[in-house]
Write a protein that binds this ligand. Sequence first.
Ligand code: HEM
Length: 137
Amino acid sequence: MTNPLEYAPWLYRATLTLHVSAVTLSVALFTARGLGVAWRQAWPMQARWRWLSVALDTVLMAAGLTLWGLLQFNPTRDTWLGVKLVLLLVYIVLGSYGLKRAKTHRARLLFFVAALATALTIISIALAHHPLGWLAS
Ligand code: HEM
């Protein structure tokens, strides 16, 4: 099979830019909403911010899946991608408890900090292409 990186390198660059931009905006919005919840504000749970978050995450994941296909990675061989996908599920669960589901304010705060730490770990794994992320170097 022809490697898409050879006949359409622009597609790879555009998709990577889209993925990284959506990651940046998504994590920034999550951080702002989490801080808003920590300060007991009502705006983080307003529909417009929830929908913006869903839209950014959809773009992020669609671009990520496209990169995966273009680069023909295999998460069991390219273990950094496998670890990243597992941590993505952890991030989603921690994030939903951090913003809404946890019963107490203190628990929401702890889940929020744990979710943010998980997002930073995912970013370090992606940049290092290594399951240990920045710890690897
Ligand atoms: C369905 C979910 C996801 C998939 C399938 C996916 C897949 C990928 C792939 C295949 C690459 C490698 C591109 C390359 O080697 O040039 C990549 C890069 C990257 N991903 Fe994801 N990703 C996903 C979600 C995320 C999330 C949730 C984050 C952060 C919270 C993230 C952060 C990054 C970053 C920062 C890069 C850039 C690495 C670089 O510039 O070398 N990704 N992603």
